[in-house]
Design a protein around this ligand. Structure first.
Ligand SMILES: [Fe+2]
Ligand SMILES: [Fe+2]
Length: 377
């Protein structure tokens, strides 16, 4: 990654850049190792985090505008099975919840970013809701495909309400988008059972469910209406399960109507999209919109064979012998100058390599050096 600089202080590595030639070069995606927060201060957001006593395991999101500041936490992609089958993923989301609980000062709210369940089973969703109940702070939920396609969202909505929503918080307009429920009908003609329908949705590289991820015209209209009274230079944060750009369509790491989503957000100069689903370190900018992919608590997905956006510093392949390796959650900070910083804090020792690494697809050259097709000249 030629155009990315690393700062070394002997304890951690912080990515700061690439910044030259970018419209919003003041916005930085800062990434730290958890040991770093324990031992030293980092300029900018992490310094604030450390000063506030935030626990280093936790992926929190800290936002500050002028005199106002707040933090919030993101957890997603826990993929819970019923406890009778598997408690591995239960332990991980419980760890995340406990860490959020331990935050001082407490975050203002939690975003749960989808894929709470593995197969949409009501037992799984109830289990997740029960675990998250331990957090008494305000919680906002968006669905993932694993939550939805057994009963088409019935149980999820009973537990968590509407899958899209908006609110304002300390000078930020916040929007939760449902990128899940508008998948085309691939089941009726084939007379699939709900379990079969869900099974196809739960397959990363399956082709039967097709390009299911999308926002839909009705929701796009709703988003535009929601934003119609919002000043163009004030910050907007959009939460969604799927990325709001065409990262890798074969795995539905996108929404099929991403062009329309971006057109709707284009008038706004400070848009940050935060998404789940991809289970990996991921960063991209398109125009003035920045997109940051969150970690899962469950497992990492490999990077797609086409590679990652050029602004992403890929994470190192996960140790398969340690199921807490390479997962966790993240932290973002928006400063008084409206800079938005993201900080991943993973449950592992090393987050990034400074040299080329095999980050999961087995093709080192292709993986690290080739930008995804959409980024190539
Ligand atoms: Fe997921
Ligand atoms: Fe997902």
């Amino acid at each position: 990654m030629k155009n990315q600089e690393w700062k070394e202080d002997g304890k951690s590595r912080v990515r700061s850049g690439p910044e030259e030639g970018r419209d919003n070069r003041e916005n930085r995606n800062e990434i730290t190792r958890r040991t770093f927060l324990r031992k030293s201060l980092l300029a900018g957001a992490a310094a604030g985090a450390a000063a506030n006593g935030l626990f280093p395991f936790i992926q929190t999101i800290e936002v500050a505008f002028g005199a106002e500041a707040f933090s919030f936490a993101w957890i997603s992609d826990s993929h819970l099975y019923p406890k009778t089958l598997n408690t591995r993923f239960v332990e991980k989301v419980e760890r995340a919840v406990n860490e959020v609980k331990a935050m001082k000062p407490a975050p203002d709210f939690l975003i749960y970013g989808g894929d709470l369940a593995q197969l949409g089973d009501p037992v799984e969703l109830d289990l997740g809701a029960e675990i998250l109940k331990a957090l008494t702070l305000k919680k906002y939920y968006i669905p993932g495909e694993h939550d939805w396609y057994l009963d088409m969202g019935e149980k999820w909505m009973k537990l968590f309400g509407k899958p899209n929503w908006t609110f304002d918080h300390k000078g930020v307009r916040i929007i939760g988008l449902d990128t899940i429920s508008r998948g085309p009908d691939y089941w009726s003609a084939k007379k699939m059972s709900p379990q079969e329908r869900m099974g196809h949705m739960a397959t990363l590289d399956g082709s039967v469910a097709g390009t299911w991820a999308g926002v839909g015209k009705d929701q796009l209209d709703w988003m535009s209406k929601t934003l119609s009274d919002w000043p163009k230079d004030k910050p907007v944060i959009v939460f969604s399960h799927n990325p709001l750009y065409e990262y890798y369509p074969p795995w539905n790491f996108w929404v099929r109507d991403w062009r329309d989503v971006q057109a709707g957000l284009k008038p706004f100069s400070k848009v940050t999209s935060v998404h789940g689903d991809s289970h990996q370190v991921l960063y991209n900018e398109i125009g003035k919109m920045r997109s940051i992919g969150m970690l899962a608590t469950s497992w990492n997905w490999p990077y797609p064979p086409e590679g990652v956006p050029v602004l992403t510093t890929p994470m190192v392949r996960v140790d398969p012998g340690d199921h807490f390796d390479g997962v966790g959650w993240s932290k973002l900070a928006v400063t008084a100058a409206d800079k938005v910083n993201n900080e991943y804090v993973m449950w592992r020792k090393d987050v990034f390599a400074q040299t080329q690494v095999d980050s999961g697809t087995g093709d080192n050259t292709n993986q690290i050096l080739s930008p995804r097709i959409a980024d190539r000249p």
